[in-house]
Design a binder for this molecule. Structure first.
Ligand SMILES: C[S@@+](CC[C@H](N)C(=O)[O-])C[C@H]1O[C@@H](n2cnc3c(N)ncnc32)[C@H](O)[C@@H]1O
Length: 299
């Protein structure tokens, strides 16, 4: 617990926006692999992947109350239980809570869904997308709440096509553009199953930048081993010569080396520019684990 407390204090002090206060999932803190703590002012979200006893939780809540200035509520999400339910441990949950990142807002689904609508480990990738966006025609695959689209349009992208099969996620994505006062004429929202939609996407191509951020694994909709090879063979036809692809990988079923091998075999015209990781707020014991985003350019 002492290690956790010093991490939380340190990260809270240096951040003026939303921040991951503690990242145990990267196995850098023995005995705390099941714990994540996120600050979304004025609320803190504790996510547990294993059961913890009441004493441990009340010590943590007391600590958070003394350290986090402006704290109004502590929410606990228990991922090890069916449907990952959430409950309030302290205070109250404001009607609307937003993640704030680089001056942009992302509305959160606190207490409503397993995923809160925002993935903090993608912050550095969103910042790269925002920097690269000016004038670009962007395709955002597996768009979910369209955070990459928000970042790209804030960075003056010409147009962003968001594709996801989940209607509610896209509705949240649209809202995310609205709460940031972004021009919605620049964004489109396609509720489609990707692997049946390549011919439709071809009509909208070529794109200058494609972001491809599939789930690690999702029933029949996405299986890393099977579907990544499809993506690697199909995506080049949608990219402009000189265009770029962000291939986002966070799957225990496929390593970054496996994905690079797929590109070398099926897509030799793609040149790996760099690999982007989640950054120092998300320490990982192994560079293969956690987030690896392969940034490619196409000849
Ligand atoms: C990891 S989330 C994407 C996160 C998002 N890029 C972000 O940064 O917030 C995965 C998304 O993929 C969508 N999805 C999974 N399989 C799909 C498929 N075959 N076609 C279209 N969307 C799919 C899910 O609905 C979900 O919203």
């Amino acid at each position: 617990m002492e290690r956790l407390k010093s991490e939380v204090k340190r990260r809270f002090l240096v951040s003026s926006e939303s921040v991951r206060l503690f990242h145990g999932r990267g196995h850098c803190f023995p005995g705390l692999e099941d714990v994540l703590i996120d600050w979304f002012e004025p609320v803190v979200l504790i996510t547990l992947y294993e059961k913890r006893d009441r004493l441990w939780l009340s010590e943590l809540v007391d600590f958070l109350r003394t350290v986090l200035k402006g704290l109004k509520g502590v929410i606990l999400q228990e991922r090890f239980l069916k449907f990952s339910p959430s409950r309030i441990l302290f205070g109250e949950l404001p009607e609307e809570v937003d993640a704030i990142e680089n001056g942009l807002k992302y509305r959160l689904l606190m207490n409503k869904a397993q995923n809160v609508g925002y993935f903090p480990d993608m912050a550095l990738v969103r910042s790269v997308v925002r920097d690269q966006a000016p004038g670009k025609n962007v395709l955002n695959l597996f768009a979910y709440s369209c955070s990459f689209s928000v970042a790209a349009i804030a960075g003056n992208a010409r147009q962003v096509v968001n594709l996801d099969m989940n209607r509610n996620a896209l509705a949240l994505g649209k809202l995310n553009h609205q709460i940031n006062h972004l021009d919605l004429r620049k964004a489109s929202f396609l509720r489609l199953e990707l692997f049946r939609s390549f011919s439709r996407l071809k009509k909208l191509a070529p794109f200058d930048l494609i972001i491809c951020d599939p789930p690690a694994e999702q029933g029949r909709s996405f299986c890393a081993e099977k579907h990544w090879s499809k993506l690697v063979t199909k995506l080049p036809a949608l990219i402009q010569p000189g265009g770029e692809l962000m291939a986002c990988l966070s799957s225990p079923h496929l390593s970054p080396n496996d994905l690079q091998a797929l590109f070398s075999n099926y897509c030799p015209q793609a040149q790996l520019l760099r690999t982007i990781r989640a950054g120092e707020n998300f320490p990982e014991i192994s560079s293969d684990k956690g987030l690896n985003v392969l940034h490619y350019q196409f000849d």
